[in-house]
Every structure is written in structure tokens, then in C-alpha cells.
Design a protein around this ligand. Structure first.
Ligand code: NAD
Length: 697
């Protein structure tokens, strides 16, 4: 079922001509990618595929049977050959002799590396025995919403029989691992006619004697479930229809922009979170329905779903009065945390890892949509996608039967599984700006784009705000290409326009949940003797450099104060804000105003850990648009030289005799934006290769 639309059939995409040319291993990649290309077949990172292939043993040269199976942590949609673990089948079979029973199941994972074929470094996943012990050469394990809807129904065994007869079997819930592998083997032995099996609350296993027949069985089985659900639910509104109406799209976004920074503030005290807003039809059908109150607390069923979305979502009480909802959020969040801690206490075992972050991941708001929060944007987005899978499952199951979430203790045992904990411990250390959100004005310009890249490199999410639409689109594409689409947004903003500035900060709130760093950098350069300085030129400098910096700072302060987790403002001023310069009075005065504004704001923000600092560049020619036009010619004329001699001229003029690059400015901005400068506010750093005139005093 795709989000919010009437379920439709999957197409058989197998191409004999293409598959025929491939090696068996490549055909496994091909089959996996075909399956993973449609989220109705499996969710991101969910499910796995395998082929048992005859290979030459690298030591003996003899033919050996090797299991190629998706390795730990991969995604079938994008997997390549190196995403598969390879293991000797005879060694895997021999593990049965070492198995000491269900209570020692986890130790079997430690034996898997001993079965590795050809020194393949890809770690085998805990699902490996499930594939190894199915006595068929080609095996798919998928998490299709339509199948899980049946698997999560109270009478899923009966429904499976009704839909599939004896072609597809059914096994009761069992956590993935060695024991489930043995169950699957036993099932296959006892049901030689079966082409697959539904695992209660979990998903689907299908198999075949050829890769094509395996793939086609998977597709046909899912299609059969889709068709059956369609027939059973024809004419029924999702979740028995709405209890509240969805608000218009712009109001939904506006309300999300108000709720998200408050929630983010409450849940980011220990580590910063990034938010994601989703108001797709599937989400609205659920959050607006009267079933919300009964279904949401039941939690999700498939382990993949709740590992990403936590045991249950938080339903945010909202009846149209945003202020009342905001006022109630602190208690709602505290209650959720208490409930989570109680769940931990109820279910923990002697050797359970310590309780993890007790905050909700998913927040459901009737009439508005779904907010998700996680340590980074991709995880927040993927959590939302997983909850949509869960919504689809609940919609199907509750329409044909009674939906059942996974038993609480089972859910806990998976969430706090030692193997899951080990996976978390292996995760690389978070980057210095992970979970942080930055807005960079003039982000499409030379210094702005270099700054955005530096902050992105350190794990921040960045919103580029710039008046130049073309340059903005180019910068967005370039940075999204380098750092991924999730973490970059852009908003066309004129920093002199109050309502545009307000709108760009609302955008930061809906796109990422709030803001931690403002880099106020939009600017221009101008030069004219005082008598030739028109009022328009004077005002333009004041508007962009003084008023523009004031407007963005004010909105940033509002957001910071709403979140109550501190904040960071960095102004990109200029050497000319400290050092007077002839024929540039409008620019110099406006830059001086910026610097003094920064000091005033440093005073105002300190009590709430809002820091404000200034970076002063000088003569950054490369990458800068300021230096590409008239200004460059004027400066070259003033020094009586060609424009391409300017960079060398400025280098020689500096005390250190070095050119200043956009990356140098970006480094100083990163310093102020990060915890490295946690004890600094109201400060100025000159990045000008040394200029005695602008020494601070
Ligand atoms: P740039 O021209 O490459 O970038 C400035 C960006 O600001 C441009 O993308 C422009 O479209 C944007 N902008 C202009 N007016 C705007 C408005 N009203 N609203 C939103 N965006 C607007 O120049 P740069 O060298 O990267 O300059 C960045 C900052 O550094 C400026 O504040 C500039 O005064 C300051 N600075 C630069 C130098 C230098 O030598 N390049 C020296 C001292 C100070």
C-alpha cells in the first residue's frame, strides 16, 4: 500500500534478457535492487535476500556451496555485491551441532564470522540462519505493509489460510535468530508444497529454485494480499473515517513551525535532535481518525518499525487552540518519559543495557500531521517513513480484524537486545555539530557557501537564505550533492524584508525542527566618496548590513528563547567595521553598526547561553561575488592595476603575506558556532592575514 492511495498491484519487473547475462551473485544484486525499489515490498533497510551459490574454494579449488546473504545494516534497494556477507554452507549447517538451545541463542552470532567464505569483511546479520536453514537455493525475506497487516491481525493464522491456502504457511512470533532459522527449516521439511511463510507480527519469507521464481513468488504473494485487502476494505473509509478535519496545508505547516521548536527544546536537553514534518494523506487519515486514541498506544508490530519509532508515539492533544497545546506540551512530554521509564522498569532483565533516551520519536497531531525527531535529519525522516509503514499496517489489520502490536516484553527484549546494544556501541562517534541546525544568510555567496559546507561537514543541517534565486539553486544542488539531500534546504529571502525573514525562520522550524546557529553574512560592497554617496546607496548599505542583521538576529533570538537550549549567532562583518577606509563611508559605517549590534546582543543573550560573536574578513577575492563585478574594477582602478593583479596586491599588503580564502573565514565561523568556543561571547576574530589597523582594542 503506498501512502494514502488505494493499494494497487506490483508489477513483475524481472527482465530475462538482462538477468540472463549476469553471474549468480550479480543476479542476487539485481533481484535485491528490484525488490527494494518499491517501498510496498519492503521498508528502507528492512528485509534481506540470499542465494546459495557454488563457488571455488580459494584454498582447495574445490566447488563449495556458499550462502550470499545481505550483510548487517544494508538496504536491499541500494545494495551492491560488497553489501553481501558470504559464508560456507557446510560450516553453517555444522553450527546446529553447537547450538545449546534457545536460552543460549545469542552466542550463535559469535560463530558466524568463523563461517566466512573468502575473507569477506562484510559482517553477517542476525537473520543469516533464517536464510541458511531454508532448504531452497533462493530466499527473499521482505516487510510488505500488506503482508504485515495480515501478520499483525489478531487472527492472522486463520486469515493466512483463507488467503493463501497451503501455498503460504504461517509461523507464530519468534524473534529473529538461530531458533527461528530452525523453525523455518522444520516448516519447509513438513510443508514441501509451500512457497513461503508469513511470520506473525513480522513479515514474509518466500523461496524458489531459481532467482526468477523466488522473485515472482514474492511479488505474487504480496499482490494476493493487496488484492484481498482491497476487496475486504472496498468502500470503507480508512480507520472508519475522520473525527476531525485536516486543516489547510499552509495552516498545518504554520502550526508545525510553532510546535516543533518547543518539542525540540524539551527533548534536546541531553543531546540535540533534528525534526521532520510529514502531513501526507496516509498520516492525516490516521491522526484525524477516531481510531487514533485506541491504535496509537498499541505500538507498532514489525521489529524494524518500533526500533525506529520507539514502542509508541506521543499523541499531542490539539483541538485548534495552538497556545493551549503549547502550554500542555511540557507535561505531555514529561508523562511520555515517565511512561517509557516505567516500561523499562517493568521489562528490564538482569543484564539489560542502561535505559536509553526516554523521549518519544513520533508525535501525532490531529488535524496537522506527524512530527518526528532523531539525532540527525535522515534518521528523523526514515523514522517517519517507518511510522507510515506502521500506519498502513494498522489500517489494513484494523479493517479486516483486530490490530495487535507486538507484546511489550518481546518488544523490550528486541529494543534492549545485547546484539542491538553492541550495534549501537559500534556506531562512529557523533560529529561536533550533529543534531545542530544552522541558517546562513547570503548562503549562495562565496563565504556563505564555504561556511555552509564547513558546518555540513561537521554534521549540521543547513538552510541557505539568499536573495539570489539562481545562485541559491546552484549552491543547494552542489551542497546536497556533496552532503546528501536530507541536510540542505534553501529559502529565497531578502534580509531587509521583515516578513520574508520571519518566513525563513518558520521554514527552519518545519524543515529541521528549530535552530541553533545563525550565520548572518548576506552583504554587498560599495564605494563612493561622501559627496557622491547617494541616499539610496547609504540606505542600501544600512538596510542589508545593519537592518538585515538586526532582523535575522531578532528571529533567531525568538527561536532560541522558545527552545531554551542556548544558541549561537555569528556575524560576518568586515575589517572595515573596525578600520576606517576612504570612499566607503556607507559600507564602513554599516559594518561598524553590525559589530556593535553583536556586542549588544551578546549582553542580551548571555543569561540564556545565547552567544554572539563576529568574524571580520578582509580581501577574500576567490569565490566572492562581491569581487566579481564593479567593485573589483573600482578597487583595481584605485590601485592603478589590472584586476587579476589584485589578489597578489592584497596578499603583499597583509602582514602575513598570505591570501585569505572563503574557507579561512568558514573555519573561524565554525569555531564560534561550535562548542570549541563555548566560553566566548561578544568577541571578534579578524581573518585578514594580519592588518594592524584592525587590531582590536
Ligand atoms: P558574495 O557576494 O559572494 O556573497 C554575498 C551574498 O549575499 C550573495 O549571495 C548575495 O546574493 C547575498 N545577498 C545580498 N543582498 C542580500 C539580501 N538583501 N538578502 C539576502 N541575501 C543577500 O560576497 P562574500 O564575499 O561571500 O561576502 C559575504 C560577507 O562577507 C558580506 O557580508 C561581506 O560584506 C563580508 N565581507 C567580505 C569580504 C571579502 O573580501 N569578500 C571582506 C569583508 C567582509
Amino acid at each position: 500500500m503506498s501512502a494514502g492511495t488505494v493499494p494497487s498491484r506490483l508489477s513483475d519487473l524481472w527482465d530475462d534478457a538482462e538477468a540472463g547475462k549476469m553471474s549468480e551473485a550479480d543476479r542476487l544484486v539485481y533481484r535485491s535492487n528490484l525488490l527494494g525499489s518499491d517501498k510496498r515490498i519492503t521498508n528502507y533497510g528492512g528485509g534481506n535476500t540470499s542465494s546459495k551459490i557454488t563457488e571455488k574454494d580459494p584454498l582447495t579449488g574445490a566447488d563449495v556451496e556458499v550462502l550470499w546473504v545481505k550483510g548487517s545494516g544494508g538496504d536491499v534497494g541500494s545494495i551492491r555485491r560488497d553489501g553481501f556477507a558470504t559464508l560456507y554452507m557446510d560450516k553453517l549447517r555444522a553450527l546446529k551441532g553447537l547450538y545449546r538451545g534457545i536460552e543460549h541463542e545469542d552466542e550463535m552470532v559469535g560463530y558466524l564470522p568463523h563461517c566466512t567464505f573468502d575473507l569477506n569483511p562484510r559482517a553477517a546479520s542476525i537473520d543469516t540462519p533464517l536464510h541458511a536453514f531454508v532448504p531452497h537455493p533462493f530466499v527473499d525475506h521482505m516487510h510488505p505493509d500488506a503482508i504485515i497487516a495480515i501478520a499483525a491481525s489478531a487472527d492472522s493464522k486463520t486469515l493466512t489460510g483463507e488467503i493463501f491456502g497451503d501455498e503460504i504457511g504461517w509461523l507464530p512470533w519468534k524473534r529473529p535468530g538461530f531458533e527461528l532459522g530452525l523453525w523455518l527449516e522444520k516448516f519447509c521439511m513438513e510443508n514441501p508444497q509451500a512457497k513461503g511463510v508469513i511470520l506473525e507480527s513480522h513479515g514474509l519469507f518466500t523461496w524458489g529454485d531459481t532467482p526468477k521464481s523466488c522473485y515472482e513468488t514474492t511479488i505474487a504473494t504480496i499482490n494476493k494480499a493487496i488484492a484481498w485487502l482491497e476487496e475486504k476494505t472496498a468502500g470503507k473509509p480508512p480507520f472508519d473515517g475522520p473525527r476531525v478535519d485536516a486543516l489547510p496545508a499552509n495552516e498545518r505547516r504554520a502550526i508545525a513551525a510553532r510546535l516543533m521548536p518547543v518539542i525540540r527544546g524539551h527533548i534536546s536537553r541531553d543531546s540535540h535532535k533534528v525534526g521532520h514534518f510529514d502531513d501526507s494523506q496516509a498520516v492525516l487519515d490516521f491522526v484525524n481518525s477516531s481510531a487514533l486514541d485506541t491504535l496509537a498506544p498499541l505500538g507498532t508490530s514489525c521489529p524494524d518499525h518500533f526500533l525506529r519509532t520507539k514502542i509508541a508515539p506521543l499523541v499531542v492533544p490539539f483541538d485548534g487552540d495552538v497556545d493551549a497545546t503549547l502550554a500542555g506540551l511540557e507535561k505531555a512530554i514529561a508523562d511520555y518519559r515517565e511512561g517509557y521509564a516505567a516500561y523499562y522498569e517493568r521489562c528490564k532483565r538482569d543484564n539489560s543495557p542502561a535505559m536509553r533516551d526516554p523521549n518519544a520519536v513520533v508525535y501525532l497531531v490531529p488535524g496537522v500531521g506527524m512530527l518526528t525527531f532523531a539525532k540527525d535529519k535522515a534518521t528523523a525522516r526514515i523514522s517517519a517513513e517507518f511510522y507510515i509503514n506502521a500506519i498502513n499496517v494498522m489500517r489494513g489489520a484494523s479493517a479486516v480484524s483486530t490490530y495487535r502490536g507486538l507484546d511489550e516484553q518481546e518488544a523490550f527484549d528486541i529494543e534492549y537486545w545485547q546484539l542491538e546494544e553492541a550495534k549501537l556501541q559500534r556506531m562512529p562517534k557523533a560529529k561536533s555539530l550533529a543534531g545542530r541546525v544552522a541558517l546562513v544568510t547570503g548562503g549562495a555567496g562565496g563565504i556563505g557557501k564555504a561556511t555552509a559546507a564547513r558546518l555540513l561537514e561537521e554534521g549540521a543541517c543547513v538552510i541557505l537564505a539568499d536573495i539570489d534565486e539562481t545562485a541559491l539553486a546552484e549552491a543547494n544542488a552542489e551542497l546536497a550533492g556533496a552532503f546528501g539531500k536530507d541536510v540542505v534546504r534553501s529559502t529565497r529571502t531578502d534580509v531587509t524584508d521583515e516578513s520574508a525573514v520571519i518566513a525563513s525562520f518558520a521554514e527552519a522550524a518545519t524543515e529541521f525542527g528549530g535552530l541553533d546557529i545563525l550565520v548572518s553574512n548576506a552583504g554587498l560592497a560599495s564605494s563612493a566618496p561622501i559627496e557622491e554617496t547617494t541616499l539610496a546607496l547609504w540606505n542600501r548599505n544600512m538596510d542589508i548590513l545593519a537592518t538585515g542583521y538586526f532582523l535575522v538576529s531578532r528571529e533567531a533570538f525568538k527561536l532560541f528563547r522558545t527552545q531554551k537550549i542556548g544558541g549561537n549567532v555569528v556575524f560576518v562583518a568586515s575589517k572595515n567595521g573596525l578600520a576606517a577606509s576612504p570612499n566607503a563611508s556607507a559600507y564602513c559605517t554599516a559594518k561598524a553598526a553590525e559589530i556593535h549590534l553583536a556586542r549588544c546582543l551578546a549582553l542580551e543573550g548571555a543569561a540564556e547561553q545565547i552567544r554572539v560573536n563576529v568574524v571580520n574578513p578582509d580581501a577574500v577575492l576567490r569565490g566572492s561575488k562581491i569581487w566579481s563585478g564593479e567593485w573589483k574594477e573600482q578597487r583595481a582602478a584605485a590601485y592603478n592595476m589590472a584586476t587579476d593583479e589584485l589578489e597578489e596586491h592584497y596578499r603583499q599588503r597583509s602582514m602575513l603575506k598570505r591570501s585569505v580564502l572563503p574557507e579561512d573565514i568558514a573555519e573561524a565561523i565554525y569555531f564560534f558556532a561550535s562548542e570549541m568556543s563555548a566560553k566566548s561571547t561578544g568577541n571578534i576574530v579578524n581573518v585578514d592575514a594580519g592588518n594592524a589597523q584592525s587590531f582590536t582594542r
